[in-house]
Ligand binder design. Structure first.
Ligand SMILES: [Zn+2]
Ligand SMILES: [Zn+2]
Length: 140
């Protein structure tokens, strides 16, 4: 049974809802997230992401396939999704009142700075492995 979750930005002007299959959190260490979120992003895979209409919703296309959603007012990093809608991830830390997540994945591990790391035992994937997964079956 998918669980419906809600979330919002720091100032509350951009909110969203989505469905998740499991309370699993994944860290992205990519250099784009480092710039975008001021460090890392902690994301969970979701379906049926619905972002409320807000003039403060910003969308930034940092790559040819991805799109990043944020609040223009407070700057919060809220979600990442494929431009074709095939995959979406929301920021676990933007969710309302949900604490019991398990950190079980780290992606773009090859771009992680050497001066920090998580103690959890996670599935680790390089950027090349992640990109191959997301672009599977698409002409390059
Ligand atoms: Zn905001
Ligand atoms: Zn990233």
């Amino acid at each position: 049974m998918p669980e419906t979750v809600t979330g919002k930005c720091l100032c509350g002007k951009v909110s969203f809802q989505a469905q998740i299959e499991a309370r699993h959190a994944g860290v992205c260490h990519c250099t784009m997230c480092q710039k975008w979120a001021g460090g890392i992003t902690i994301l969970t895979e979701c379906q049926n992401l619905k972002v409320d209409e807000s003039p403060e919703l910003g969308l930034y296309r940092a790559s040819e396939w991805g799109e990043r959603g944020f609040c223009r007012n407070c700057g919060a990093s809220l979600f990442w999704r494929m431009q074709d809608g095939s995959h979406a991830n929301v920021s676990v830390t933007a969710l309302d009142g949900i604490k019991d997540f398990t950190l079980n994945k780290e992606i773009f591990i090859d771009e992680k700075p050497e001066w920090h790391s998580f103690e959890q035992n996670t599935k680790q994937m390089t950027g090349a492995e992640v990109i191959a997964l997301f672009t599977e079956g698409q002409a390059n």
